[in-house]
Design a protein around this ligand. Structure first.
Ligand code: COA
Length: 169
């Protein structure tokens, strides 16, 4: 039997409720206390840089990007990234990341930061931020703060607190 094809498209306002349910199922109510959520409370994610994965009419995954600053440097915070459990380990998470990074780069962004597992995100070009160089506004294991340069040397000379950039265009 052939597998139905998976499509990835920019998030729209109509996806909000389904994504919220996906996050609730995946991360539970504890997600709202996570440090990364403090940033997301301070700035809406960017719809044109956020993507959803679909099989037919079923939404099976989502990744969001939010505008932030690291010190004075403009950057994007990646997350949450979620794929519905029956559809995991088929490359959908990676495809969502690849699409979001490509779109961010094409729109002139230079840096993407996230809080997550290096063994997973390392495959998409993320590396660990040296301890203390980029600081989240709350408790986070420093080894989980990862950065991806969209242009060579984009993270050179960047340091400071990671904070939301509410009105970024
Ligand atoms: C993390 C997640 C998005 C990955 O989605 P996915 O579509 O399964 O990812 P991919 O198919 O691109 O990659 C799967 C591979 O990554 C591995 N992987 C998944 N999560 C991992 C992690 N946290 N650390 C290391 N490897 C991981 C899988 O074992 C699999 O390995 P394989 O290719 O050797 O079989 C998905 O597992 C998920 O929704 N998890 C719960 C939410 C979460 O933890 N999100 C990330 C933090 S915001």
């Amino acid at each position: 039997m052939t597998e139905p094809s998976i499509t990835i498209r920019p998030e729209t306002a109509d996806d909000a409720a389904a994504i919220e349910r996906l996050h609730e199922r995946t991360f539970g109510p504890g997600r709202l206390a996570k440090t990364a959520y403090r940033i997301r409370e301070g700035a809406e994610h960017r719809l044109e840089l956020s993507f959803t994965a679909h099989i037919g009419t079923l939404m099976i995954g989502s990744v969001r990007l939010t505008a932030v600053r690291i010190g004075e440097a403009k950057a994007l915070l990646l997350g949450p990234l979620t794929v519905e459990p029956p559809f995991r380990a088929r490359g959908i998470g990676r495809a969502l990341i690849t699409r979001a990074l490509a779109e961010a780069k094409s729109k002139g962004h230079h840096l993407v930061v996230l809080v997550g597992d290096e063994p997973y995100y390392g495959k998409s070009g993320f590396v660990r931020v040296p301890a203390g160089r980029a600081v989240m506004p709350g408790p986070v294991d420093p080894a989980r703060i990862l950065v991806c340069e969209l242009g060579e040397g984009a993270f050179a000379n960047v340091a400071g607190p990671i904070r939301p950039e509410p009105d970024a265009q």
